[in-house]
Design a protein around this ligand. Structure first.
Ligand code: ZN
Length: 236
């Protein structure tokens, strides 16, 4: 017996960063009801989790067309990733090129765990659509950001729960400049400003220095990508 899920409801994997905030706006434009889920996995940049309620409040206050659609927010603990460790996102390690041609910020299995936990929550909430900011264009070689990984996981989750999940990844083929442009298309300059002011992308979670593209240390790979993307976006 296949479970019935509502295809007009979406659950957005929402970290409080630029990409997932853009995905949230994308979902709010398309679906009747949208919920959000974040994961506490012992990330060193826990300032990211603090940004989540700020971004949600700013979206509710600044975008009346979306307010009624934006439903419950969930935070799930996934401390297993911290317990396993070995990544610069969970341990005190330098972010640099590591083994197997992957940066030390790689967390093995992270997106698979995130999407599996999100699907289990969506099952309970009657939600058919999962939305994630995975992106193959700037993916730093993370194999769990590839479209093929996501599509295969979607099929596995359907089978595992006998539920017709659909995983949407609106940023999959966009570069960072195009992600800024998508935010502008969805919510105008007001959404671009909200993303600059409130979202956190920096691997060190730095919020002391304000650049034209937002807050961050300015030198970690995540800041470099965000800065470069913003520069390309404003020059277009
Ligand atoms: Zn940084």
């Amino acid at each position: 017996m296949i479970v019935k899920l509502d295809t007009q409801k979406a659950l957005v994997l929402f970290s409080g960063g630029q990409d997932s905030t853009t995905c949230l706006a994308w979902a709010l434009e398309r679906f009747e009801a949208v919920e959000t889920v974040g994961f506490d996995y012992g990330q060193r940049h826990a300032v990211e989790l603090e940004a989540r309620p700020r971004v949600l409040a700013a979206l509710r206050a600044g975008f009346p067309q979306w307010t009624a659609k934006l439903g419950q927010d969930h935070v799930l603990p996934l401390g297993v990733l911290k317990a396993i460790g070995g990544s610069a996102l969970t341990d005190d390690m330098k972010i640099e090129m590591g083994e197997h041609g992957l940066p030390t910020s790689f967390v093995p299995g992270r997106n698979v765990l995130f999407l599996t936990a999100a699907a289990a929550l969506a099952y309970r909430r009657g939600i058919a659509v999962l939305v994630g900011g995975m992106c193959e264009t700037d993916y730093s070689g993370y194999p769990d950001c590839r479209n093929e990984t996501i599509k295969t996981l979607e099929a596995a989750l359907d089978l595992a729960m006998e539920a017709p999940f659909r995983i949407e990844t609106p940023l999959m083929w966009l570069d960072k400049a195009e992600t800024w442009a998508l935010a502008e298309k969805l919510g105008g300059q007001a959404l671009v400003d909200l993303i600059v002011e409130e979202t956190v992308t920096c691997y060190h979670g730095e919020r002391a220095t304000r650049h034209d593209w937002g807050y961050g240390c300015g030198v970690c790979p995540a800041c470099e990508l965000r800065a470069k993307g913003y520069a390309n976006y404003v020059s277009q």
